[in-house]
Design a protein around this ligand. Structure first.
Ligand code: IVH
Length: 676
């Protein structure tokens, strides 16, 4: 049974709508409808196609994804060879090119020769063949003469039109362009792969090339690939305009994505300006480029210029300084960051990469170091893209010298000698030196003086950095010895500001135990935990003397926090700093410790809190019940002793009533707590 004409018409209309929106979204980056509406159109088309499979065509927008895997790629012969480009690495080399072009064309060097200038995309070149406006073949460049048939894979790229827009396209149209993976997609892809323990890609170019060469198109379909087209190959049964820039405009009109950064420029000066403009914006582009390409714009000139061996005489790639280079690892050291994170760093034979000389590159963390297995003496690929910290991408195994040693994890902080600890689920190892460690000092100080900690007004980051770098301040205790003269020696510090700062330092001496504990900057000890510790122990000495098991009796303190607190106070340096702070006059009211759980009046009693309490937050109520020895759980069961019901109590209240559990209002809870 063949599909009714109305259905066939509907299918055609859905396809042309979807194509239009695909084009708006993927090519023009200017969607006209929300994603949900687009999805609805696709689903409607899918439904009709599944009801009437005879209506399915190869160019239907539903046919992008999900072809069967192939065993190997077929080879194809390019109808016209896919050439490569000559490179210019300097302005002089570019001037030579321009001179050769103008000489050959017999035109005045200063003449206004137009070039089509485009970014040089860092991806993989492809050829797309269209017959009567339908995509019939996609191929890699291969060796320029013979490529691989990757039709199934290019079909999965949303920005590759499966059928062309309009009716003025040539019957045979071969379009060439660069498939690339935008940086954001590349980073997200690698993050995910790393998390799943799968292979990551070294850079977006490899990611694009690797994705195109998947035997299973479903895998390609999952990769965030994009394309910009930059030329035509074979053209029959139609004409293309007489200038390169106009051809690209025409390709844009037929539904192809063309790089929006392209420009027609005049003469060598125009080329150089384009190069520096794009170079400046390089890091803010969404994709990697490794230079710019200039093409003599007039096709008749291109024809007259012709080719040398495998490159045209009418085009040249003006390259940016390479972002990846080879060099040798001289040493591997460990650097301590602000939070104590100990990062392996490769000390390198200096190498010019990404426009600067690089002699250090990060190895991120121990897992990365071991995954990449970087050793002293290794030859490595170093990458410096934009302002990003240079990193070691991978080693070159063939160049590894004999007798290298695997790098072990440090056990002591290279800066302060404190223990280095790596928690089970953490990627980074950290120095436990805290306030004592110079590398952590500045950041620790910033935290110490911050508003919710010691609240020292007028001591900004810049001042702290000056004080730390001149070694005037080594620990927070030194803050309290600062003199007016010393402060006035600092940049941008007048007599009045120095006095104000000294006053606020003085004022900060009267603090509270929770603030003080928070100010110490113990990892995992935020304001809430500092408060719990303070109210549980009442006195600083008691917190400092508690062992891990005891610490875990504090509400909300689990094994991780307990071990952090213990490690911090176990460091003699931290204890010394605290001692000096107290001697400088830092003081707070102390109180009696909260009763021990087994002594608490509410010991053995289980509470559930529900609804909104007026006078205290649920969190506060929970802390107080726990401080009195009670337990707070989330669900009402026969083991519940009390349900504390505030306003708008819902199903928990009903359940408690059914189970005949004692129900307390806020006043009754307050009484129970204060009676103890
Ligand atoms: S034109 C005969 N334009 O660079 C002209 N190529 O080194 C051939 N590429 O294989 C290419 N961006 O993969 C051209 N805007 C651009 C390009 C570009 C990147 C790549 C392309 C080619 C390689 C040549």
């Amino acid at each position: 049974m063949s599909a009714p004409a109305a259905i066939s018409k509907k299918v055609d209309s859905l396809r042309s709508q979807i194509r239009h929106h695909n084009y708006q979204y993927h090519v023009l980056d200017d969607p006209e409808i929300p994603d949900a509406e687009y999805d609805r159109l696709v689903r409607e088309l899918q439904k009709l196609e599944s009801e009437y499979p005879e209506l399915i065509t190869q160019d239907s927008p539903t046919q992008r994804v999900g072809g069967e895997p192939v065993k190997s790629f077929g080879t194809i012969q390019h109808l016209i060879p896919m050439l490569s480009l000559e490179n210019a690495f300097s302005e002089d080399e570019l001037r030579d090119f321009h001179r050769r072009v103008t000489d050959r064309l017999g035109i005045d060097k200063g003449a206004e020769l137009s070039y089509a200038a485009e970014p040089k995309l860092d991806g993989a070149a492809v050829s797309l063949l269209y017959q009567d406006g339908k995509l019939v073949r996609g191929a890699t460049r291969g060796d320029g003469t013979t490529g691989e048939d990757i039709t199934h894979n290019v079909r999965t790229i949303d920005a590759v039109p499966l059928s062309l827009i309009g009716n003025d396209f040539p019957t045979t149209l071969e379009v060439r362009g660069e498939v690339f993976m935008p940086r954001a997609g590349f980073n997200a892809f690698n993050e995910k792969a790393k998390k799943n323990g799968e292979k990551t890609f070294v850079n977006p170019r490899n990611a694009a090339a690797g994705s195109l060469r998947q035997l299973d198109p479903r895998l390609t379909a999952e990769r965030p690939l994009d394309i910009y087209v930059y030329s035509v190959g074979q053209v029959d049964g139609g004409v293309v305009p007489p200038r390169h820039s106009e051809i690209l405009d025409r390709l844009g009109g037929w539904g192809f994505k063309v790089c929006p950064e392209r420009k027609v420029v005049t003469g060598i000066d125009g080329c150089l300006k384009f190069y520096s403009d794009i170079g400046r914006r390089r890091d803010s582009l969404a994709y990697d480029i490794d230079g710019v390409v200039y093409k003599v714009n007039r096709l008749d000139y291109q024809e007259r210029l012709g080719f040398v061996s495998r490159a045209p005489r009418w085009a040249i790639a003006h390259k940016f300084p390479a972002q990846e280079e080879l060099t040798v690892v001289r040493d591997i050291e460990f650097q301590v960051g602000r939070t104590g994170a100990v990062t392996p760093v490769a000390r390198l034979e200096p190498v010019f990469v990404g426009g600067v000389t690089v002699s250090n590159a990060t190895l991120h963390n121990m897992d990365e170091l071991h995954r990449k297995d970087v050793r002293v003496g290794d030859t490595v690929i170093v990458r410096r893209a934009g302002d990003v910290i240079p990193e070691v991408v991978k080693i070159v195994p063939e160049r590894r010298p004999k007798r290298t040693r695997k790098v072990g994890a440090p056990t002591k902080c290279p800066v302060c000698g404190s223990a280095v600890v790596r928690e089970k689920d953490e990627a980074v190892a950290r120095c436990t030196g805290g306030l004592f460690c110079a590398a952590q000092r500045a950041e620790a100080l910033k935290h110490f003086v911050s508003r919710r900690a010691m609240d020292i007004d007028g001591l900004g980051s810049k001042l702290i950095e000056q004080l730390v770098s001149t070694d005037r301040i080594r620990t927070p205790a030194d803050l309290f010895d600062l003199t007016k003269d010393e402060l006035m020696d600092l940049e941008r510090m007048g007599a009045k500001s120095a006095e104000n700062l000294l006053e606020s330092i003085e004022r900060s001496k009267h603090t509270t135990l929770p603030r003080f504990l928070y100010a110490l900057g113990i990892r995992e000890v935020g304001e809430a935990t500092a408060s719990s510790l303070a109210s549980h122990y009442g006195k600083l000495v008691a917190v400092m003397g508690a062992n891990e098991a005891e610490l875990q009796e504090v509400p909300d303190v689990g094994p991780v926090v307990a071990s952090r607190v213990r490690a911090f106070f176990a460091e003699i340096h931290n204890r010394e700093v605290i001692q000096r702070l107290v001697e400088s006059g830092v003081t707070w009211p102390e109180s009696e410790p909260a009763p021990k759980s087994e002594e608490g009046k509410l010991h053995g009693k289980t509470f559930v809190l529900t609804g909104t309490l007026g006078g205290m937050s649920r969190h506060e109520a929970k802390d107080r019940i726990q401080a009195a020895g009670g337990k707070v759980t989330g669900t009402v069961s026969k083991n519940t002793d009390f349900l504390v019901a505030g306003d708008k109590a819902g199903s928990k209240l009903t359940k408690a009533q059914n189970l005949e559990i004692a129900i307390l209002n806020e006043v009754q809870l307050e009484k129970l707590l204060s009676d103890q």
